[in-house]
Design a protein around this ligand. Structure first.
Ligand SMILES: Cc1cc2nc3c(=O)[nH]c(=O)nc-3n(C[C@H](O)[C@H](O)[C@H](O)COP(=O)(O)OP(=O)(O)OC[C@H]3O[C@@H](n4cnc5c(N)ncnc54)[C@H](O)[C@@H]3O)c2cc1C
Length: 389
């Protein structure tokens, strides 16, 4: 429909087309599945595994040189350190891993000097290169029953909760594409050139039809939305710190839609969402949001900037790269440059953001988990070589 071709699922390595959504769901309980439920729970009884729950890593400890030896932890106000026999592995995620590095003296010398944090190694790439996917939508009143009644009709909400708890049913679909030529003609030459740098099988946008509305409504009408995300972005944000206290949040500046190219893609994507919304055949009356008054490209961009959120697929703040790349933080084994025995295994080391969902689906297939499996092999290899010395 509308140029989207049916493809056999999003775990084939192919994204352009439409298919049923891949969800990380336990098929029996129909509840969200996670690394904790899928992997950790199965291994908790191993004698060589000890999990410190509700514990905050506060900083990394090094010996006199640059070898990571332990991690300082806080559990319910008690501070203690855990020593590593072989190496320290960080998996605190795209925002917290750079925070922990910076608080431990690994990062841009200039930033650390300003904060008065003693420099361990000057890695200017820590906290840079933040990529994420902006997410926004157009919404309609529709002539079919949708999930929007769950926010406006108490008995429908109670029934839905009961259905979920007793039957665990549901179905979703979505699609990815490069914007069709009828929209691309509106791009400037420089935007076309920049977008041409993405591989031909990388979609630019994702379309997620939703039987709901993301802005508050109080009436009893039924609402549906065409939610859209920009999958291949050119805006690059940062993460930094203004304190070495890990109980405080790091400072994030995602710089969403800060490039001309992303802005042009966003505007054309919203227009594409409008076309798809109208084609559903269930729309009643005018478009509800942003509404027909939002017409010009400038109006559309202003609306997107005001209402957009993130698709939560941030990556890249401790990027993997070659030794000669001064912005790289880790090598291809996840080992942090400039220090010893410190490895990172999380989405912060993606050098770029592939289209798709960082945990669930993508051109690189189950991306964070694939990365973890690959680096687990490296960790095992280094264990074997350490034991054979
Ligand atoms: C709301 C939301 C919805 C998402 N939905 C989807 C989806 O549907 N499909 C999909 O593919 N992706 C989804 N994602 C993205 C996906 O969850 C992430 O890309 C993925 O979890 C990243 O894995 P990670 O291992 O890098 O980090 P995380 O999964 O974030 O793991 C980092 C862990 O480190 C812990 N931690 C952080 N700092 C410290 C510290 N100082 N001390 C101790 N522990 C610490 C955190 O508590 C966390 O458990 C979603 C993300 C969010 C936020």
């Amino acid at each position: 429909m509308l140029g989207f071709k049916s493809i056999p699922g999003f775990n084939s390595g192919q994204l352009i087309g439409f298919s049923e959504f891949t969800l990380s769901i336990d098929p029996e309980a129909a509840t969200r599945s996670s690394s904790e439920t899928s992997f950790l729970q199965d291994t908790l009884d191993r004698p060589n595994l000890l999990v410190h729950q509700r514990s905050l890593a506060k900083s990394l400890v090094f010996n006199n040189t640059t070898t990571a030896t332990s991690v300082l932890l806080d559990t319910f106000g008690k501070t203690y350190s855990l020593s590593a026999r072989r190496e320290v592995i960080l998996a605190a995620g795209v925002f917290r891993t750079p925070q922990l590095l910076l608080a431990s003296g690994i990062g841009s010398a200039a930033t650390l000097e300003k904060l008065g944090v003693p420099l361990r190694t000057d890695l200017p790439g820590v906290g840079q290169n933040l990529h994420d996917q902006p997410f926004f939508s157009v919404s309609y009143r529709v002539n079919v029953t949708t999930n929007s009644e769950l926010t406006t009709n108490q008995s429908a909400a109670a029934k839905a909760a009961n259905d979920y708890l007793t039957r665990q049913s549901g179905r979703l679909s979505s699609g990815w594409e490069k914007l069709p030529e009828s929209y691309r003609v509106n791009f400037t030459k420089s935007a076309r050139t920049e977008l041409a740098q993405f591989p031909s099988h990388w979609p630019e946008i994702e379309v997620v039809p939703s039987a709901a509305i993301t802005i508050p409504v109080t009436d009893q009408a039924q609402y549906a939305s065409i939610q859209v995300a920009i999958s291949s972005t050119t805006s690059v944000g940062t993460v930094t710190i203004n304190t070495t206290d890990l109980s405080k949040n790091p400072i994030k500046d995602p710089k969403w839609l800060s490039t001309e190219t992303d802005q042009q893609v966003a505007v054309q994507t919203l227009k594409r969402a409008r076309e798809i919304g109208q084609a559903t055949g269930v729309v009643m009356g005018d478009e509800y949001a942003p509404g027909p008054a939002v017409k010009t490209d400038a109006d559309i961009l202003a609306y997107i900037k005001k209402t957009m959120t993130t698709f939560h697929h941030a990556v890249g703040t401790c990027k993997m790269g070659k030794a000669e790349d001064s912005s790289a933080v880790v090598n291809t084994k996840g080992l942090v440059k400039g220090v010893e025995k410190l490895r990172i295994v999380d989405a912060s080391i993606f050098p770029f953001l592939p289209p798709g969902h960082t945990q669930g689906v993508g051109v690189l297939k189950i991306m964070v988990d694939a990365l973890a499996e690959k680096l687990a092999v490296e960790i095992l290899k280094s264990k074997v070589s350490a034991e054979s010395i």
